[in-house]
Design a protein. Sequence first.
Length: 381
Amino acid sequence: MKKKRLLIAALLVAVIAVGAVNLSRTLRTIPTDFSKIKMIYASDGVSRYYYDTLSEDSKVAYTLILNSIRKHPKEVEIPQLSEADFHEMFCALSYDNPELLCLTNESQIVFRGAKAYFIPQYFEEADACEARRQTLETAVNTILSGVRTDMDAFEKELYFHDVICENTVYTPNSSDTVGYSAYDALVEGRAVCEGYSRAMQLLMTRVGIPNYLVTGVGADADGTSEGHMWNVVTIQGENYYLDVTWDDMDKDNDNRYNHTYFNVTSADIQSNHLEIQPDNNNCTATVFNYFVRQDLYIEKYNAEAETLLIREIQKTGEKDAHSFEVRFADRKAYESAVSALIDNGGISELVQRATRRTGVHYENVIYVRDEDMLTLQIAFS
């Protein structure tokens, strides 16, 4: 009698197991309904440029992944996306969210019947990644503590730009994971262009300044070129290009930087920033260009321009600073200034006239010229 009961029980278990397998197979053929997903990133007030360019299914996938990724799941079910749409969604996820520190580009989409899954790849474990994120958060909060309530958007942007340039060294690295994140720039103090750009993006987003990353090719004066990343910043509804990396002139740890590429136009940047993506950024305004806003923009090189230079030399001494910069409206004004100040030594007379009032004595004058952007930095030691 006991043997018969055991046999019946075994048959019952087998029937249940077969039923479960069949149910699992059936469920795989039914697409998941994601219509009730709360699309929190569509209305949270944060500027997410690339999210806004996605299809509805891609936005759902973006939301599902971003909601769960800090826990390092092995997979996340998402709507079915084509390979092209998946790539676009993954780039959007990466480009919009500089706090994402541990995802690698090897993450992929897989299909099981009518269902699709995001399979993330991480370069470190969840605990280590969370510790890294918290360290970055501490660094960000330290920088944000220097933001005054009376600062406008331009002043906040300038403050962040200068903090990054002062504390980060451009450090090319062969590793696929070092130098490319906001953590590398703000915590480690060493980064490539992507790290600089993501750090700037993170800080500006935290204070509500709309901005996004752009990519392209940077062409150096020596004819070399390589892939590059920088920012588009929006102030009072107008877009500007900002390239913090190219403003940082670190050499032999002398911690020098300028503002040549601070809020410039498409026309300004097109001579050495090529193949820009996206390419419709409409950067035409000049109101919040560094030189325009700071009254360092010179229309003609004349007596009025010399008065401006004397004023800046005096201010440099009074602030115990080491340099100032000016920009010229066109090549004629730029070349006239270079000829008068550098080729013919006119800067010496201007320095003497300025320092009679301040009592500051300079041993050396150094010039940093940008032929493309028509800027001149004058540094003292």
